[in-house]
Design a protein around this ligand. Sequence first.
Ligand code: XLS
Ligand code: NI
Ligand code: NI
Length: 439
Amino acid sequence: MKELFPDIPHITFEGQKTDNPLAFRYYDAKKKIDGTSISDIMRFSMAYWHSLCALGTDPFGGPTMERPWNTLDPIAAAEMRVSAIFELTEKLGIPFFCFHDRDLAPEQESIAKTNALLDKIVARIKERMESSPVRVLWGTANLFTHPRYMNGAASSPSLRTFAHAAAQVKKALEVTKELSGQNYVFWGGREGYETLLNTDMKREREQLASFFHMAVAYAQEIGFTGQLLIEPKPKEPTKHQYDFDVASVIGFLEQYGLTPFFKINIETNHATLAGHTMHHEVALARSNGVLGNIDANSGDTLLGWDTDQFPVSTKDCALVMYEVLQNGGLQKGGLNFDAKVRRASWRPVDLIYAHVAGIDTYTHGMLIAKKLLKEQTLKKHITKRYAEFDTSLGKKVLERTTTLKELETFAIENPIHRPESGAQEMLELLLERAIHSPV
Ligand code: XLS
Ligand code: NI
Ligand code: NI
């Protein structure tokens, strides 16, 4: 097979001393840690849309990216991108990619023609998978780009739009199943509102719930065994999105009887847009049993939008992996680089530098997290901090078997004392030292 990127080599592990930016210091894919290979722990994925489809446009400027399919017609370009996703993921040594239906093949003038073209590309991907270890982490439907979705998809006031979205999700579920995708994601691109002056919020949330119930039913009907995931984002493109953050998704799933069917796909830049740390979002999902997938990226603290940059903070990645490891991994989920290179980084090799940075930083973070857990660096202090609740009365509080009266008696017998120091600065010091210690 002719290479599309002959100048891009296979990226290999060269160890912690290497200065080669086209090599890994930490990602030794086959190396086993406690019996599991690093590539199985991390389950890295490339995002089709950012890496292959995005051309570097922004509201002020046109395309900048140099890609081998730039001069081809849209269908030939779609075919070439299939070769590209396999070549790039194989060269990076990562096991997965993720896609939207419209990333694979452009929309045509009717649903029938659109689906037929999609099937053609899907057949090509299936064929390619026969000789490649690369698989689909998740599929999704793009329910936000086409003008019909200007008022939302499932939350649109137009039944015709709602039905079109339903048809699209039906097909995207079929395609994801056909490609043995391990998850299916719902990101509510425009499921929200701009102004309450024209919006019936209660009705829109109910429409959304009905849509999810139909998707669950169809996934079951066709025997799709992948994990369904909802990806929260507080704003952008709409001003106020319904799946605001992990807490609101948990509440929504509970309210509408959807909890058993969904987990959550958490994206770093969406967490920070919601005013949370990523650590908070991942910890909240984990503690509620709904941690499904990580859309691994990072934002810019000075910008108020989703810049989708590659993750390069060791500390942030270590804290995410600290939760992931305590979750026993991500099961069917993985770490999807929902990240794009800056528009001035127009060379194909810039995509590779970006992924090497993300892969290595996250793998380093995992090794640090492993050590923190093994040495109980933070755990010891947390256990001590809550020790009073490990007494019999403390346990009764959590079991809801005590009363205000019983606690009053306890309070009278146990005059107030000075609680444990929070020791935040000491813990920050220990974390910082762990980050800079050998792994
Ligand atoms: C956009 C979202 C999107 C989803 C998939 O902000 O992150 O890329 O992951 O539709
Ligand atoms: Ni995402
Ligand atoms: Ni994003």
